[in-house]
Design a binder for this molecule. Sequence first.
Ligand code: FAD
Length: 289
Amino acid sequence: MILVFGEEFERDVTYELVALAKRLGDYKVVVSEDFDDIDGDVIRVERLNWKVVKELHDRFKPEGVLFANAPSGMDLAPKLAGITGIPMVTNVIKLENGDRFKATSLTYGGKVLVDLEVDKPSIFVVNRGYYDPNEGRGTPKVERLDLDFEDDVELIEVVKPEEDVDISKAEVVVSVGRGIGDESNIELAKELAELLNGVVAGSRPIIDQGWLPKSRQVGRSGKTVTGKVYIALGISGATEHVEGVKAKNVIAVNTDRDAPIFRIAKVGVVADVNELLPVLIEKLREIKS
Ligand SMILES: Cc1cc2nc3c(=O)[nH]c(=O)nc-3n(C[C@H](O)[C@H](O)[C@H](O)COP(=O)(O)OP(=O)(O)OC[C@H]3O[C@@H](n4cnc5c(N)ncnc54)[C@H](O)[C@@H]3O)c2cc1C
C-alpha cells in the first residue's frame, strides 16, 4: 500500500501525488484540509504534523510513502525518514512499483538524472509538474481520524506570498529574460500576452531586478508552467530555468542560435526580441481586428 501525505500549503501538488499513487497500486491519501475531490480513500486529520505522520505510518505500514517537494512535504519527509530509518529519495520525477521501487531522481541542480532501485519500504519526495493533477481528482471515500496530537511546533499564522496571478495554471505564458534589455520593453511582452489571452512571466534575473513580482518567476526557485504554450523571449535556457518549463509547446526567440533554450523549443526564432515584438504585436492586432 502507498501512503500519500497531502501538501498543506500548496494544495494542487497533492493531486499530482495522487495521480502517481494510482499508478503504483492501492493507496490512501492523508490530508488536513477540506479536499473534496481527491480520488480514492482519503483520511482527514485535524492537522498534519510529524507525530500524525508517524502514527499513520505505523498504523498502515505502507510499502511506499509519498510527499511533495513543497513546504510541508520537505518538512515532514526527512522527519519520518529520521525517526523510522526508512530510506528517502528526493527530487523524484518518475516512480514505478515492482519487487523494488524504480525511481528517477533529478540531482545536481537538474543536470543529472539518476535511476535508482530501492527496497521497500521507502519514502519519496516528488517534484511537481510530472504527473497530471486531473488524474488525481475524483470522488473521495473520506474517513475522519481523531489524531489530534499536540505539536511541539505551534503554527501561529500561515503567510502566503502575495500572488496576483497563478502562472503555473495559465495556458499561454509569455516569458521574458535578460535579453529583453530594458524594463520598459516588458510592456511589449505584456501586450503580446494580452493579445494571446496569456500572462507574462520571467526568468530569475528579471524578478531579481524587480521588473516583475516573484510570483511570475519560472524555474527551480519559482514556478513550473504546465500550459499549452510557453514563449521564451531572450531567455538563455539555463537548467534552473528549464526545470520549470513543462508547457506542451515552447517557442523561443533568441539572438544566439546556440542558446540552450532552443533544445526544448518546438519553434525557434533567431531574432532580436525587441525588433520582433512590435511586428508580432501589430500582426496579431491586424488578425484580431
Ligand atoms: C540555485 C539556483 C536557482 C535558480 N533558480 C532559477 C529560477 O527559478 N529561474 C530562472 O530563470 N533562473 C534561475 N536561476 C538562474 C539561472 O541559472 C540563470 O542565471 C537564469 O535563468 C538566466 O536568465 P536569462 O536566461 O534571462 O539570462 P541570460 O542567461 O543572461 O540569457 C539572456 C539570453 O538573451 C539572449 N539575448 C540577448 N539579447 C537579446 C535580444 N535582443 N533578443 C533576443 N535574445 C537576446 C542571449 O543570447 C541569452 O541567451 C537559478 C540559479 C541557481 C544557482
